[in-house]
Design a protein around this ligand. Structure first.
Ligand SMILES: Cc1ncc(C[n+]2csc(CCOP(=O)(O)OP(=O)(O)O)c2C)c(N)n1
Ligand SMILES: [Mg+2]
Length: 518
């Protein structure tokens, strides 16, 4: 008779989840008895690294990734990046070990109390099966739920003695879960767009997730509509060198109203347009402006302060919108001037980013987690190709470094460049070891300014004069990288930077460049 392990492994194979991201402990080990030859195991030396890598891998493959964590403590370490995966809408099936059913009454060592509640509310579904033989069905449900738009992580807690119990095999099912828009609603939206005097598009990560880059370009061109990016978008959904590209909305109420002022129709696709980081006053949209929102996330549709929402995947909605009535003829909006070229006489973050842009290989992928350099990045490192930009949607740091490793594992034909703040890099620095072990040829570019610069900026917003304990000049990333098995060099001026970037970008092993920022 097959065991729970036989049935579960067979299902995972059917679902294409044959790479397991994990950090093991005693409560998980029986899962790995007779580890199947066609599966891979990627270890992270800390659980936030495990989730970050799985998140990057799942986003890059478009399929749920399987994670295995140690009971309570491992899940606890993982939670920060589970929160980010939730906001990224990344499908993950997260499993965690639990103590044996026969001893849970005695609150044993490593017992996970209320295991299925612990990762909530950052998982879409969570359970500890009532019986051992229910484990495969729980894994199947976790997969279907994770993959159903809006995608996201799910969680299954598995007692250690379940794996060897007898169990019937479970056949995978087909679940069609597409979010298709209601045609009548799209027709109204299309009519509003066609009749607008001055329409504007706002694109969020959902456009990239749904693979709708070409469609949104076509819609913008059809309507001569400028295109903004939703606040804090975690993906790039429109070419940032396109003449219709208008810029990045700030996560503040007044700033959003100012940017969209003068447009009579706003169409937001694939992400919340009214996402705030600070308090604000006044209206959420310019007075008299008609707002339409399309995206797969029904929760965004529900909390939006204004506008008409259509819950649907962007590619499906855009296909219908592109069949809509022809627009009135409109003048093209003015083109944004390009930023001045920097000569590198001062090593600013802008200069480093400009050189990353100049030297990066064709079709390379940028993973960003460098908070105070996000603005300079928008100016000096424009993203111009689909599916080549990733960052955290949650604002939680510690995602970028391991996510870059996971993306590189999935996209072996493309160079992955992780642009990281020195503070950000330290949240999940053990990801360097996973890159070395997997031979993932990521270029880690560390912007070393020896501090949490973004918090100094932000402190001013709250009227702080000084910010204690937020400097770390001791951190030496060349040594840290070498200690994790990665080749590294320091760049301290224009010449050393260009040489280091060129070496890093052409390497077929992981490398790190520590750029000293003035
Ligand atoms: C998990 C987590 N902890 C703390 C913060 C708050 N935070 C926002 S920006 C920032 C500073 C990041 O420093 P660094 O990566 O060096 O970038 P810099 O600000 O210097 O550009 C911090 C700590 C956060 N966003 N996420
Ligand atoms: Mg810093």
């Amino acid at each position: 008779m097959p065991t729970v392990r036989d049935a579960t492994i067979a299902l995972m194979r059917e679902f294409g989840m044959i790479t397991i991201f994990g950090n093991p402990g005693s409560t998980e080990l029986p899962m790995f008895r007779d580890f199947p030859a066609d599966f891979g195991y990627v270890m992270g030396l800390q659980e936030s690294v495990v989730i970050g890598m799985a998140d990057g891998f799942a986003q890059a493959t478009g399929r749920a990734a399987l994670v295995n964590l140690h009971s309570s403590a491992g899940v606890g370490h993982a939670l920060g990046n589970v929160f980010t995966a939730w906001k990224n809408q990344t499908p993950l099936v997260i499993t965690a070990g639990q103590q044996a059913r026969s001893i849970v009454a005695y609150e044993p060592f490593l017992f996970a109390e209320r295991a299925s509640e612990f990762p909530r509310p950052f998982v879409k579904w969570s359970c500890e099966p009532a019986r051992a033989e229910d484990v495969p069905a729980a894994i199947a449900r976790a997969f279907y739920v994770a993959m159903e738009p809006p995608c996201g992580p799910t969680f299954v807690s598995i007692p250690v003695d379940d794996w060897d119990r007898p169990c019937d095999m479970l056949q995978p099912r087909t679940v069609h879960a597409a979010r298709v828009p209601e045609r009548a609603a799209i027709e109204k939206c299309a009519a509003a767009l066609a009749g607008a005097r001055s329409p504007v598009l706002v694109v969020g990560a959902g456009v990239a997730r749904d693979g709708a880059w070409d469609q949104v370009v076509a819609l913008a061109e059809r309507h001569s509509a400028p295109v903004w990016v939703t606040p804090m978008s975690a993906r790039c959904s429109f070419p940032e060198n396109h003449p219709l590209f208008a810029g990045f909305l700030t996560a503040g109420r007044e700033a959003i109203v100012r940017a969209l002022n003068g447009h009579d129709v706003v169409l937001a696709l694939g992400g919340p347009v009214n996402l705030y980081h600070v308090e604000g006053q006044g209206p959420h949209m310019p007075p008299g402006t008609e707002l339409w929102m399309i995206g797969d996330n029904h929760v965004h549709a529900a909390w939006a302060p204004e506008g008409t929402a259509i819950v649907a995947q962007c590619d499906k909605a855009l296909a219908m919108l592109l069949e809509g009535p022809a627009p009135v003829s409109r003048a093209m909006p003015p083109v944004k001037p390009a930023p001045a070229l920097l000569d590198g006489s001062v090593m600013t973050d802008s200069y480093v980013l400009q050189q990353v842009s100049a030297l990066r290989p064709a079709h390379s992928i940028i993973v960003e987690e460098a908070p105070s350099s996000r603005g300079p990045m928008h100016d000096y490192l424009p993203i111009t190709e689909p599916d080549t930009f990733f960052t955290t949607a949650s604002g939680g740091l510690g995602h970028g470094l391991p996510a870059a490793v996971g993306i590189a594992m999935a996209r072996t034909e493309q160079k992955v460049i992780a642009v990281l703040g020195d503070g950000s890099a330290m949240y999940a620095i053990q990801g360097l070891h996973a890159a070395a072990q997997a031979g993932a040829a990521v270029s880690f570019v560390i912007l070393r300014n020896n501090r949490y610069e973004a918090l100094h900026h932000f402190g001013q917003h709250f009227g702080l004069q000084t910010l204690h304990g937020t400097q770390f000049p001791e951190l030496d990333f060349v040594s840290i990288a070498k200690g994790h098995g990665i080749t590294a060099e320091q760049a301290y001026d224009a010449q050393s930077l260009n040489a280091a970037l060129a070496r890093s970008f052409s390497a077929n092993t992981p490398t790190l460049v520590e750029a000293l920022i003035a």
